[in-house]
Structures are given as structure tokens and as C-alpha cells.
Ligand binder design. Structure first.
Ligand code: FES
Length: 318
């Protein structure tokens, strides 16, 4: 599977809230962009070896623009800082076609969207989509303060503004009473969350306590812990004619590096797909959040920064 890439340009860029660049991307030739579904993200190829994922937060029905909201985070590994420096108006950039690992459940009668901080971005596209479908939903936007928030004007003027609720840490009277917002879980209601890991954990734990089943609780994965536990196995790099042992606690990527095989990486968390290799033999133990369940079942590709092997031996086409 080769990632499909698009060249786009920055049509408009606005700084909002506390360090959020709201960036509108359009096609170079004025043609419509590929359609996407709410919850989708694109990979932004910022420079060679630096790929980051950002949710699309524009209305999915609008194929003229992809809007992103990118928080400048100096504590991050450099992606967002570089985006803020380079993605100025009229700058051209390469992106992937949209990919959706966080889709809306088609059968939901009611959706509760809970975004924390910059995690609001996929929720905005979801709100546009649910509104367009005439479906019932609430959007809860939690942030440290009103001043930290991007997208407030847009949300307060949106056609679905009546379904938007804001909650600020510095205004206790606005605090989110999540248990009562969620109510008792039932078949028709789905909850979605995106935001800092601790925030999402809180939403998920509260939803579980309220009786929501796991398949009615949806979360966005952009920051994931790589689980390297599991026994040793052998990896054969068929094209290079080299064989390595992958020890417990070591990644395939690290093991390949010891015999001089370098694989291009970006996120090193199983999120971006950059380190994908074809599998010729053996059964991968997929630990990523990049492949869909169907792609994982095919077992013909692996992300070597995080995944391991269920078989004693994996043969890769590298
Ligand atoms: S480097 Fe991103 S998935 Fe492996």
C-alpha cells in the first residue's frame, strides 16, 4: 500500500486562542479536494523525515478546503513548531489524502462529542456532518480558559451553535458534569473524545461507569504508548540478505539498525505509516493504530517502529 500524496497550498492562516494556527489548505489548481468523512486526518509532510498527523476540522461537505488547527507545542518533538514557522499563506505543502481512523458510527441516534483543548478539531467536522445529516448531537468543548480556545467564533456562529457547550477550568460555573451529560449508556448513544491522554482516559472511564459499552466509546489516537512487551523472534530482510534477532523490549526498527538497515520513520508510535514494510512470510503482531482492522487481518504489511511478530520468524521485503 503506497500512501497517496497531494500537493496543496495555504490559502489562509489565522492565529487563534493560545498558539493555535488555523490553516486553510486548498488545491494548487483550484480543483476540488478529495472528499473526506468526519473524524479523518491528513499526514502533513513538513520536511523529509518529518510527518505529522492533523485532524480535518472543516465541514466534510466542503471539498474546496481542508482546515487544520495546529497548536504550537514547544515541548513536542518539533513538528508543530516547524509547521508554525513554515506554513504561511501561499506556502505549498505535501499531504496525504484523508484517512479516517475515527469515524462516526452510522447507526448512532445521538452522539456526544467531548473535545479537550486542541482535541476539538475532529469534533468540529463531526458536528458539521451530524448537523447535515439531521442527527442529534451535543458538542462539549473543554479548555483551560476562554482565552486558550481557538474556533470559538466559528462554533458560536455555526448553524449548530445551540448544540455547543463550552467548559473552562478557570470558570467553575461552566464545569462539565460529564456523568449527567452522558446519562445512562444505551444502544442508540455513542460518545467520542479527543484531547490530552488523561482527558480522554477520564471521558472513557466515566462513559464506562455510566454503562456505555466499549464499541459505543470512540477515541482519537494521536499520542500512543508503544507496547514493546513480548518474546524474541527472528526477522529476515529478504532483499538485503540479512537476518536479525529482535529481543524482548526491542523494536524491529532497532534490531534492523544493528545490521545497518535503515528504515525511514517519523512518529515512531505506529500512527503515521512511514515505516511500513511488506511482509513476505510470517504473522505480524500489529501494535499500531494506523492500519484498519481489515488491513491488519491481511497481514501483508507491518509498521516496524512498533509492531512485533506472532510467528517465530517474519520475512520482510526490505
Ligand atoms: S514511524 Fe510512524 S508508524 Fe512507524
Amino acid at each position: 500500500m503506497t500512501e497517496q500524496l497531494l500537493k496543496v497550498k495555504v490559502h489562509k492562516r489565522q492565529l487563534q486562542g493560545d498558539g493555535v494556527a488555523v490553516i486553510d489548505l486548498v488545491s494548487i489548481n483550484g480543483m476540488p479536494l478529495p472528499a473526506f468523512d468526519a473524524g479523518a486526518h491528513v499526514d502533513l509532510h513538513i520536511e523529509p523525515g518529518l510527518v505529522r498527523q492533523y485532524s480535518l476540522c472543516s465541514a466534510p461537505a466542503d471539498t474546496q478546503v481542508y482546515r487544520l488547527g495546529i497548536l504550537k507545542d514547544p515541548a513536542s518533538r518539533g513538528g508543530s513548531v516547524k509547521v508554525h514557522e513554515t506554513l504561511i499563506e501561499n506556502a505549498e505543502v505535501t499531504i496525504s489524502v484523508p484517512r479516517n481512523l475515527f469515524p462516526l458510527a452510522p447507526d448512532a441516534q445521538r452522539s456526544i462529542l467531548v473535545g479537550g483543548g486542541i482535541g476539538i478539531t475532529p469534533m468540529i467536522a463531526m458536528a458539521y456532518s451530524l448537523q447535515a445529516q439531521g442527527k442529534s448531537f451535543e458538542l462539549h468543548y473543554c479548555a483551560r480558559s476562554r482565552g486558550h480556545c481557538a474556533f470559538l467564533d466559528e462554533l458560536q456562529n455555526a448553524v449548530f451553535a445551540g448544540s455547543v457547550f463550552t467548559h473552562f477550568d478557570d470558570a467553575p460555573e461552566t464545569r462539565l458534569d460529564l456523568a449527567s451529560v452522558l446519562g445512562q449508556g444505551n444502544d442508540g448513544v455513542h460518545v467520542y473524545t479527543c484531547g490530552p491522554a488523561g482527558f480522554m482516559d477520564w471521558v472513557i472511564a466515566t462513559a464506562s461507569q455510566q454503562g456505555y459499552s466499549d464499541d459505543h466509546i470512540h477515541r482519537e489516537f494521536f499520542q500512543v504508548e508503544v507496547d514493546n512487551t513480548g518474546g524474541a523472534f527472528e526477522v529476515v530482510a529478504a532483499a538485503s540478505g540479512k537476518t536479525v534477532q529482535v529481543a524482548e523490549g526491542q523494536t524491529i526498527l532497532e534490531a534492523l539498525g544493528t545490521v545497518g538497515i535503515k528504515i525511514e520513520v517519523s512518529c515512531e508510535q505506529g500512527v503515521c505509516g512511514t515505516c511500513m514494510c511488506d511482509v513476505l512470510e510470517g504473522e505480524p503482531d500489529h501494535r499500531d493504530v494506523y492500519f484498519t482492522d481489515e488491513e491488519k487481518r491481511a497481514n501483508d504489511q507491518i509498521l516496524v517502529c512498533c509492531s512485533r511478530a506472532k510467528s517465530k520468524r517474519l520475512v520482510l521485503d526490505i
